[in-house]
Design a protein around this ligand. Sequence first.
Ligand SMILES: NC(=O)c1ccc[n+]([C@@H]2O[C@H](COP(=O)([O-])OP(=O)(O)OC[C@H]3O[C@@H](n4cnc5c(N)ncnc54)[C@H](O)[C@@H]3O)[C@@H](O)[C@H]2O)c1
Length: 308
Amino acid sequence: MNKITVVGAGNVGATAAQRVAEKELAREVVLVDIVEGVPQGKGLDQWESAPIEGFDSRVIGSNGYAEAAGSELFIVTAGIARKPGMSREDLLRTNVDIVKSVASEIKKCSPKAFVIVVSNPLDTMCYVMREVLGAPRERVIGMAGVLDTARYRSFLAMALDVSVEDIQAMVLGGHGDTMVPLVSYTTVAGIPITQLMSAEEIDKHVVRARNGGAEIVAFLKTGSAYYAPSSGAVQMAEAIVKDKKRILPCSAWLQGEYGLKDVYLGVPCKIGAGGLEKIIEIEMNPTEKAALMKSADAVRETIAQVQL
Ligand SMILES: NC(=O)c1ccc[n+]([C@@H]2O[C@H](COP(=O)([O-])OP(=O)(O)OC[C@H]3O[C@@H](n4cnc5c(N)ncnc54)[C@H](O)[C@@H]3O)[C@@H](O)[C@H]2O)c1
């Protein structure tokens, strides 16, 4: 790609920009933030690492969107993050306004761009972005499932003392307490996890994955996770840029899939040069299906509070 813009030069955004540049996913990486000097300083600092890291993606920072014009892809991380004791939903009012304003800027400067949303509460922010942009669902997807799945995989790899690469898993549903780690689709090099671990132990890791964000917030106290979240967003960006056709759990606008309509929810998606190329409908056991429906209800409740 020629240009990828990351909006929000905070923890997730700045780390994502650096990962995009180091992977050379675009010729130019633009970092946009409202705080004067921060995107410029971080952008320049990252570009100055290029001769050492050996990448040629030019990173620049800006407080406006002139430099972002013509971007093919945006990663939107603008907004406030959680502090201890806060739920993702507590961020709603502030982040709706922020994401609305970012969406109208994207609409003006790069109306055909793909947008990967990261700001929380994730599924609802995807809704706000798509409504304001007026874009087809192929172009607005949310990052949460990739992160939730990575957390789940990392815990299982630790417990089994095996490579993270051999753990295949999928966490679906909304990005919140109702997320749905699919035990029936969790395998280790093709071996069902249930052959390697007791149900009680699997459940322990499921619960830890579900609370994975809060675990980091409790450690950091002044902010939330950003290394793994930025990796998640950049994995999705890479799938689009390189037309990899990866099957990743992403938040997508459902139009009848899984019996659900007009809601953003984490489901298995094929991600390639067309953005969201396909939503894959998988079979689930009754418990998992019920958990997915409950998660959709929770997202719907949050979306209902949004006034655009
Ligand atoms: N989806 C996920 O899995 C996931 C994971 C981690 C964090 N998040 C969310 O991502 C968001 C960012 O997290 P963070 O840790 O980087 O927070 P942060 O506070 O470090 O950074 C947010 C940045 O957004 C900027 N900003 C605010 N309003 C803006 C606007 N209108 N335009 C441009 N920039 C603006 C702020 O100045 C700040 O630099 C939060 O909402 C957080 O909850 C989501």
